[in-house]
Design a protein around this ligand. Structure first.
Ligand code: SF4
Ligand code: SF4
Length: 462
């Protein structure tokens, strides 16, 4: 794939000004024009490419360029991109207890584990409900979080009922090891439309090598039974899947995806590279930067291969980034436009403290408490001026980086857990962006027909 960096220019005889942008070409019918300043794109054919390279775009092309913020016309409103503070995704730490002992877990599971009290939980639900009602947010997105959140299943139902009682529509999303999903829990979750994602790290041998029960025994069978209960309760194959890729799984990326698509009939999964943290006992599980880059390229190639063979599988990070490139839709509330912690999402610990993300192990990062009865938006507004969590991330590479509009230095949480302090950028996300975005642009130009399945019908190029 060839990349041309185009300089800004003024259209001859007019006042319209084209901004600097990037043109990706791979010899196909369409080329991909990307506007790094505003995160917009256009697929242009050979004739439009020629007009652009001649710095003389025709009226039709100019219209599209203005529409997508590539071009500014005096007197017309310039495109703006603003992310205001209005949380509508709430992570609640229900329990630190877990029935598994995964090799890469960052919770201190050998210390005494605690579960939230009913009175603190009620205060958190009241606080969230007040915020939602005051700001006309009828849907309230909640992630009960742990440890293993299903160990606090009764508290999850208590919260769900409370939100319903306040006239709100609770949308609950749970990530679970599935070891506790009985038929009863699965049926109740289905009845209430509580979405449960199951953590599976690949075929049984690989899964068992890094996800063990608290007793030390392998966990695959227990997980499989829980997943089957979910499927039989009505979720079918539509439950989520979360996979953590470590050094153990890195050589087998293709086999993992093949197993999910062919053996388990899964149509979407989130495949996260393991995050480093001081709590991780075995540092050899972390991938090197070269391995992260290689993984992302292999991920895209394998997804294309599976889709061409009729397995309609996609990966959520890929889907989010395709949406960034093609629609600018903020699909991922947490990081479609840099970190949205403390803007669109917040977290609560078991004592009712409020955090900008699930960094509840770092008590000094709390921005307030539900018991202070302070307005949430005002409280976060103040915290933005005071807390290091909200400072723009800085690195010399970021200033002229193509992906800065989407990335903005990556995940603050990942930096904090890796370094024990918030400084610099999230290298893992940096490497991912620098390899995944170009690989996806290549795919958009080479295999446009695959986009419909890769984005679960959100994008279709006609
Ligand atoms: S800290 Fe990371 S996980 Fe949390 S909101 Fe920001 S990007 Fe998302
Ligand atoms: S962290 Fe990396 S990918 Fe992100 S904006 Fe900075 S240089 Fe670009």
């Amino acid at each position: 794939m060839e990349l041309l960096k185009l300089n800004s220019f003024v259209v001859p005889g007019e006042e319209a000004k084209m901004k600097a942008c990037e043109l990706y070409m791979n010899g196909g019918k369409y080329n991909f024009l990307f506007n790094p300043a505003f995160g917009t794109s256009i697929l242009i054919d050979g004739e439009n490419t020629r007009q652009l390279l001649d710095q003389n775009p025709g009226d039709e092309l100019q219209f599209k360029l203005v529409q997508r913020g590539f071009m500014e016309v005096p007197g017309c409103n310039a495109c703006v991109s603003d992310e205001g503070i209005m949380p509508n995704f709430f992570i609640i730490d229900l329990t630190q207890a877990c029935n598994f002992r995964c090799a890469y877990c960052f919770r201190h599971l050998n210390q005494q584990s605690t579960t939230i009290s009913d009175s603190n939980l009620d205060a958190i639900v009241q606080y969230i409900s007040d915020h939602c009602i005051k700001n006309n947010l009828t849907e309230v997105n909640v992630q009960p979080w742990g440890g293993e959140p299903l160990l606090a299943w009764k508290k999850i139902l208590r919260m769900h009922d409370m939100f319903l009682g306040k006239g709100l529509k609770p949308i609950f999303v749970i990530e679970s090891n599935a070891g506790l999903i009985t038929k009863e829990i699965a049926t109740e979750a289905f009845k209430r439309d509580i979405r449960i994602g199951v953590s599976i790290d690949g075929p049984p041998e690989l899964h068992n090598s890094q996800r063990k029960l608290a007793t030390g025994k392998p966990s695959f069978e227990k997980m499989y039974e829980g997943m089957r209960n979910l499927r039989e309760a009505g979720f079918g194959q539509r439950h989520g899947v979360i996979t953590v890729l470590t050094r153990n799984g890195y050589p087998y990326v293709e086999e993992i995806l093949e197993y999910f698509a062919v053996e388990l009939g899964i149509d979407r999964l989130r495949l996260n590279v393991v995050k480093d943290s001081p709590m991780m006992k075995d540092k050899n599980l972390c991938l090197t930067e070269e391995e992260i880059a290689d993984f992302n390229k292999r991920l895209v190639m394998k997804l294309i291969d599976l889709n061409k063979r009729g397995f309609a599988i996609t990966e959520i990070n890929v889907m989010d980034k395709l949406n960034n490139l093609l629609t600018r839709k903020r699909v991922n509330i947490c990081n479609s436009r840099g970190c949205m912690g403390g803007k669109k999402m917040i977290a609560f610990d078991q004592e009712g403290r409020i955090f900008p993300c699930d960094i509840t192990d770092y008590k000094e990062e709390a921005v307030g408490s539900v018991f202070d009865e302070e307005d949430l938006v005002e409280l976060l507004g103040k915290a933005h001026n005071l807390k290091s969590f909200f400072k723009p991330k800085e690195d010399p590479e970021c200033s002229d980086c193509t992906w800065a509009f989407f990335c903005k230095g990556g995940c603050t949480n990942a930096i904090l857990y890796k370094k024990g302090e918030i400084s610099g950028i999230d290298r893992q996300e940096c490497i991912t962006n620098k390899t995944l975005y170009p690989a996806l642009i290549d795919m958009i130009m080479h295999e446009p027909e695959i986009l419909k399945i890769m984005t679960k019908n959100q994008i279709e190029i006609v």
